[in-house]
Write a protein that binds this ligand. Structure first.
Ligand code: 5GP
Ligand code: ZN
Length: 117
């Protein structure tokens, strides 16, 4: 498993790696995805390191709730809450998770088809 010292998103939390931060609470951070897949594509993370959504929910359900609330706050701030947005937690390599610090993708601003690829 990637240690916190080597974790890309822990690096963003620590300010070692630059990111365009759009929302922050005491325990969560949201920043624009470097490779956006929609006009709005923001990643919402807990500042504490948990590798996956499943691990976060098991370890700290209060923090999991804060991440969900932060995601909706981002959608409202980005102006996509009313038109609709997608909140995605890729969980595990088979689902396409590449960064093992849990993050919710907030996607919006275009028509989103279902099911995703
Ligand atoms: P995953 O595939 O793990 O669900 O999503 C990881 C996301 O992190 C991808 O959408 C990817 O574009 C984004 N990403 C990877 N490296 C960086 C980075 O250094 N900065 C930012 N802002 N996003 C990143
Ligand atoms: Zn981390």
């Amino acid at each position: 498993m990637v240690s916190e010292a080597d974790c890309l998103f822990c690096g963003i939390v620590a300010g070692r790696i630059p990111a365009e931060i759009v929302h922050e609470t005491e325990r969560t951070l949201a920043f624009r995805d470097v490779n956006p897949q929609a006009p709005t594509h923001v990643l919402v993370i807990p500042k504490d390191h948990h590798p996956t959504a499943a691990a976060l929910a098991a370890a700290d359900h209060g923090l999991a709730d804060e991440v969900l609330r932060a995601a909706h706050a981002v959608a409202e701030q980005e102006g996509v809450a009313d038109s609709g947005y997608r909140l995605v937690f890729n969980t595990g390599p088979g689902a396409g998770q590449t960064v093992f610090h849990v993050h919710g993708h907030v996607l919006g601003g275009r028509d989103l088809t279902w099911p995703p690829g």
